[in-house]
Design a protein around this ligand. Structure first.
Ligand SMILES: Nc1ncnc2c1ncn2[C@@H]1O[C@H](COP(=O)(O)OP(=O)(O)OP(=O)(O)O)[C@@H](O)[C@H]1O
Length: 602
C-alpha cells in the first residue's frame, strides 16, 4: 500500500473512531444503519458495476437476512422450533446462517435460470429480480404466519449491544467488505469480471464460462447483502416488508448510480450520504423524497452515467496515482512450461500432421436461408489452411459453427485433440479450452481492459484467475511478443482496449488468439487494415505457428497473400466447398474463377 493510501485510511479510521463521541445515540444508530446500507451498495456495485448483472431486486436478499433473524428469534421460538440453541445468542446465529444460506441458494437458482439460456440477456434478470422482489412483498404481507402485516416482527434486538457497540461493529463490517471488494476487483479475477461485463462472447471464446462467473458474483452479492440485512434486524429489532420493498431496492440502485458504478468507494459514500439525507428528509417529506430519489436515478443514468461521485473518486485516484504511479503490467516472454501446450516449441502431444478437426456434411441456415450446405473438410495439424470465397460464401458462419457446437443442427464437427473428449454440441468455452482459438472478423476486445490485461486472460485460457493475486507480469509465448511488436502494440501494455484504433484492435485480437496457446487457430481476416509490410510480418508469424505443429486456418480476401502463405486452399461458394487443394491448383481452377466472377457453379 502506498504512503498516501495508508495516510488516507488512517485519517478515515480516526474520523470513524472519534465521530460517535461527538454525536448522540440517535446519530450513532443512523450512522450504523448507513454503514450497513453502504455494505449493500458495495455488494451491488460488485454485481452490477463490475460483473454487469443488473439486480433490480437486491433488497430481497437484505429482507431475507432480516426476516430470518426475526423469525428464529420470535415466530419460530414461539412455536418451539428454535429454542435454546447455545443460549440466546445461538438463536441469532441460527437466524443469520439460515438467512445467508437461503439468500445464497435462492440467488444461485435465480441467476442460473435467468442467465444459463443461450437466448438470455440482461433484460431477463432485470424483469425476474424485479418481479421476485415485488412478489415477495405481496406474499409476505398476505401471509400472517410469516409474521407479515403492518408492523412486521419487532422487539428482538440482540441483547447487550449498545448503539455505540453497533456503530463500531457495523463500521468494522464495512471496512472488511470494502477491503475484500477492493482486493477482488483489482485481482486477476477482477479482470475476468470486467471482461465478462464488457464482452461476454469474447470471454467465452477464450475459454471462460461467463455464465458461471456471473452466477458466482450474483450469489456472493446476495450472501453479503443478506448478512447486512441480518445485522440490521439484530440491531434495530425490526423486520418488515420495508426491508425488501421496491422502494429500498430503488434506493440501492440510486446509491450505486450516484456514487459511480465500478468504483466501490463511490457507492459506499453514496449510500452513507444519501441514507443519512433520506433519514432526515423522509421524516418531513416522505412522498417528495421518493420522487427525488427516482428523479436522481433517471438524471444520473441519462446525463452522468459515471455517477456524481464517480468522477471525484477517479480524480482522487488519479491524484494519488500521480504521486505514486500505479504498477502497470509488463508483457514478457514466458519460458515454455512442460505441462502446457506451447506454441513456441513443438507441442509435446502434437500428433504429427493428422487431422485435428474433421467436418462432415455440415448444414446450417438462418431461417430459410441455407448458408452452409453439406461442408466436408479436414483441418490438419502443422498446416496453414486458407479458406477463401466471395462475400457471403459462408466463411464466417463456418467459423461460428465450428467454434460453437450449440449452433449445429445437421452434420458433424469432430475435434481430434488430446485431452478431454468434447460432447456432440460443446459450448464455445469448452471448445476454446480444448485448444481451438479464434479471431473475429470485426475486432472484438474488452473495452476497459488494457492490452496486457487482455493478454493475461487469453493466456489463462479459461483457468480461473486468482481472486486476490494481481499479476504484475504477463508471461506470453515469444510469437505473441512478435505479434505485439508487428501490430504496433509494444509500449501500449497499459492502454485500455477502448482507446486503441481499429488496426491496433485487429492486432490485439490476433495476439489474444495466439496467447491462448491453441492447437487450432482460426483467424478471420487478420490482415485487414494492415500495411503490406505488416502483412508480410504477420504471414511470417503464421508460418512459424504452422511450423511448430499448430493447425492454422486463415479466412482471407487477399488472394496474393493466400497464395504466398498457404499450404492448402479451400474455396467456399454458396455454402459448399467447390475446391480443396494446393494454392497453385486452386488459382487455375475454372470453378473458382466462376465463383469470383459471379458465374453459376455447377
Ligand atoms: N445473423 C445472421 N442472420 C441472417 N443471415 C446472416 C447472418 N449472418 C450472416 N448471414 C448471411 O449468411 C450468409 C453468409 O454470411 P457470412 O458472413 O458467413 O459470409 P462470409 O463468406 O464470411 O462473407 P464476408 O467475406 O463478406 O465476410 C450471407 O448471406 C449473410 O448475409
Amino acid at each position: 500500500m502506498s504512503r498516501s493510501v495508508t495516510a488516507a485510511a488512517a485519517a478515515i479510521a480516526v474520523v470513524v473512531l472519534v465521530t460517535p463521541f461527538l454525536s448522540g445515540t440517535y446519530y450513532q444508530q443512523l450512522l450504523a444503519q448507513a454503514f450497513l446500507y453502504a455494505i449493500v451498495a458495495v455488494s451491488l456495485d460488485f454485481v452490477w458495476g463490475y460483473a454487469g448483472v443488473p439486480d433490480l431486486g437486491h433488497a430481497l436478499w437484505f429482507g431475507i437476512g432480516a426476516l430470518s433473524v426475526g423469525h428464529t428469534t420470535t415466530v419460530l421460538s414461539d412455536v418451539g422450533l428454535v429454542t435454546e440453541v447455545h443460549g440466546s445468542a445461538g438463536r441469532y446465529l441460527v437466524g443469520v446462517v439460515i438467512g445467508v444460506v437461503t439468500a445464497t441458494v435462492l440467488a444461485a437458482i435465480v441467476a442460473r435460470l435467468c442467465l444459463s439460456s443461450r437466448r438470455s440477456n440482461d433484460f431477463y434478470i432485470v424483469v425476474v429480480t424485479l418481479a421476485l422482489a415485488t412478489a415477495a412483498v405481496t406474499v409476505y404481507d398476505q401471509t400472517p404466519g410469516l409474521g407479515g402485516g403492518e408492523n412486521g416482527l419487532f422487539g428482538f434486538n440482540l441483547p447487550g449491544v449498545s448503539s455505540l457497540g453497533w456503530y463500531y461493529i457495523t463500521a468494522a463490517m464495512l471496512a472488511v467488505t470494502v477491503a475484500v471488494a477492493l482486493v477482488v476487483v483489482r485481482s486477476d479475477f477482477g479482470l475476468l469480471m470486467r471482461a465478462v461485463r464488457d464482452n461476454a462472447p469474447r470471454a467465452r471464446y477464450l475459454g471462460y464460462n461467463d455464465v458461471n462467473v456471473k452466477i458466482w458474483v450474483f450469489t456472493a452479492g446476495a450472501a453479503v447483502t443478506a448478512l447486512a440485512g441480518a445485522a440490521f434486524a439484530m440491531m434495530t429489532g425490526v423486520a418488515n416488508d420495508g426491508q425488501f420493498s421496491f422502494t429500498l431496492a430503488t434506493s440501492m440502485l440510486v446509491w450505486v448510480a450516484v456514487g459511480g458504478r465500478a468504483t466501490i468507494v463511490g457507492p459506499m459514500i453514496g449510500a452513507i450520504v444519501m441514507s443519512l439525507a433520506g433519514a432526515k428528509l423522509n421524516e418531513q417529506f416522505p412522498a417528495q423524497w421518493t420522487i427525488i430519489e427516482g428523479a436522481l436515478l433517471i438524471a444520473v443514468v441519462v446525463f452522468i452515467p459515471g455517477g456524481l461521485l464517480g468522477p471525484l473518486v477517479r480524480l482522487a485516484g488519479r491524484l494519488l496515482a500521480h504521486r505514486h504511479p500505479p504498477r502497470g503490467r509488463v508483457i514478457a516472454a514466458a519460458p515454455a512450461e512442460p505441462d502446457r501446450p506451447a506454441p513456441d516449441g513443438p507441442a509435446p502431444d502434437a500428433d504429427g500432421g493428422g487431422p485435428v478437426i474433421r467436418i462432415r456434411d455440415l448444414v446450417f441456415g438462418y431461417g430459410s436461408l441455407r448458408v452452409l450446405d453439406g461442408v466436408a473438410l479436414d483441418v490438419v495439424a502443422g498446416e496453414l489452411l486458407c479458406v477463401v470465397g466471395p462475400n457471403g460464401a459462408g466463411k464466417s458462419t463456418l467459423t461460428n459453427v465450428i467454434t460453437d457446437g450449440r449452433l449445429r443442427s445437421r452434420g458433424t464437427v469432430e475435434f481430434l485433440l488430446p485431452g478431454r473428449r468434447l460432447g456432440d454440441r460443446p459450448a464455445p468455452h469448452e471448445i476454446a479450452r480444448a485448444g481451438v482459438g479464434r479471431k473475429f472478423q470485426i475486432p472484438s476486445v474488452f473495452a476497459s481492459l488494457t492490452v496486457a490485461e487482455a493478454l493475461l486472460l487469453a493466456d489463462r485460457r479459461g483457468a480461473l484467475p486468482s481472486p486476490w493475486r494481481r499479476s504484475a507480469t504477463v508471461g506470453v509465448a515469444p510469437s505473441v511478443i512478435d505479434i505485439v511488436r508487428i501490430a504496433g502494440l509494444a509500449g501500449r501494455a497499459d492502454t485500455p482496449s477502448a482507446d486503441l484504433s481499429h488496426g491496433l484492435r485487429q492486432g490485439l485480437e490476433v495476439a489474444m488468439a495466439v496467447a491462448a496457446r491453441p492447437r487450432v487457430i482460426i483467424l478471420d481476416e487478420p490482415t485487414a487494415g494492415l500495411t503490406a509490410h505488416e502483412r508480410h510480418d504477420i504471414g511470417q508469424v503464421l508460418e512459424h505457428l504452422r511450423d511448430i505443429g499448430i493447425a492454422v486456418v486463415l479466412i482471407e480476401h487477399d488472394l496474393d497473400f493466400v497464395i504466398r502463405v498457404s499450404d492448402r486452399v479451400v474455396v467456399l461458394h454458396g455454402g459448399r466447398v467447390i475446391e480443396d487443394g494446393p494454392p497453385e491448383t486452386v488459382r487455375g481452377s475454372d470453378a473458382v474463377r466462376s465463383a469470383y466472377l459471379g458465374t453459376a457453379v455447377r
